[in-house]
Design a protein around this ligand. Structure first.
Ligand code: HEC
Length: 142
């Protein structure tokens, strides 16, 4: 008897859980893009320009850029560590220096701005995940 009551209770609990709405798992894609546009304008446009086009010899063009559209881990590391520590030594040379943004941007701001430059300048709709930024910040410092 006791057993079947606790089994019933367990059943009630379990079905209660399965009916609860799933908690929102982070910002929606639209939120990320809106936030990314803000971060870009404030933090990146002074060097990479509002249209992402950069300035010849000073800062790279982010349009149709293989680093931006490529491996998310490398792209996140470019912001967390700064490009000089991450990109191959034989890359094209630019006379300006891009700092690490680990001290000034949150994981969510980094995910947002990278998602924004992938979609806005590269037609790559795959978003950069906030959790992935957190993992890479842990691993590579910042
Ligand atoms: C002070 C100027 C400056 C600012 C501000 C700046 N960057 Fe850069 N960025 C550069 C330079 C210079 C390079 C090339 C660095 C190198 O190759 O060592 C670069 C490289 C990159 C790259 C790698 C692409 C490539 O072809 O090398 C990405 C991606 C990037 N920046 C994104 C951003 C984002 C996103 C922001 C804003 C959060 C930002 N940058 C802010 C100057 C800047």
């Amino acid at each position: 008897m006791k057993k079947s009551i606790s089994a019933l209770l367990l059943l009630a609990l379990l079905s209660g859980c399965s009916q609860a709405p799933a908690p929102p798992s982070g910002p929606s894609a639209a939120d990320l893009l809106a936030e990314g546009a803000k971060v870009y304008t404030k933090t990146c446009a002074s060097c990479h320009m509002a249209d992402g086009g950069g300035v010849p010899n000073l800062q790279p063009d982010l349009n149709d850029n293989p680093v931006v559209t490529g491996d998310p881990t490398t792209l996140i590391r470019v912001l967390i560590q700064g490009p000089a520590k991450v990109l191959p030594p034989d890359r094209p040379h630019f006379s300006n220096t891009m700092p690490s943004f680990a001290p000034t941007l949150s994981d969510e701001q980094i995910a947002a701005v990278l998602t924004y430059i992938r979609q806005q300048y590269n037609n790559n709709p795959s978003a950069i995940d906030v959790q992935k930024v957190a993992v890479i910040r842990n691993q590579y410092g910042g």
